[in-house]
Write a new protein. Sequence first.
Length: 203
Amino acid sequence: MGATAAAAFARLTERPVRTGSLERGTSRSGTRTLRWVEAGEGTPLVLVSGAGEVNLTWATVFDALSERGRVIAYDRAGLGDSDPLDLVTGSAEVDDLTALLDLVGPAVLVGHSWGGLLAQLAAWARRGQPARRPMRRMGGSAACRGVLAGRSPGRPGDQALRLHRTVVAAAPRGQYVEVDSGHDIQREHPDAVVETVDHVLEA
């Protein structure tokens, strides 16, 4: 399992692409395993995809991020190469993410949309444990070091964007960046994503 995704990511970078897995108990279909691809060395950069998306959604930034740390693009339960849960719940997805963080150590979380909310909840769940500065992009709210928010052209700023600004203002050296974009910032503005990760790593 994971060979197809690993082969796809391997075409995006000259660095060796590795696969990883973590057993997460059992389900009706047997042992349940969480799987991911990774490349690079150093600080773990854990990529958390949006709802219903697989790790390939990060293809546009995978290579650049692998130059900056150990980039880990995982599939949530039931998506891509990861085995399904009997019942998918938000708390179960947060539990899977925190288990992954327990394995890889202090990490920077990079979340898209629903994945941004999961990243925040996982960071809160790990309060009191050694952790690097959490980062998240789009969706949800939390005290975080960097936010890259999408503003659809022609649409006035909404409550979510105001909330993003407030959230970042509460973080020391927080950075808020807003770009004209649809929902998938990592595809439309990959350089902005990488720059925001750089800010978090340097802060």
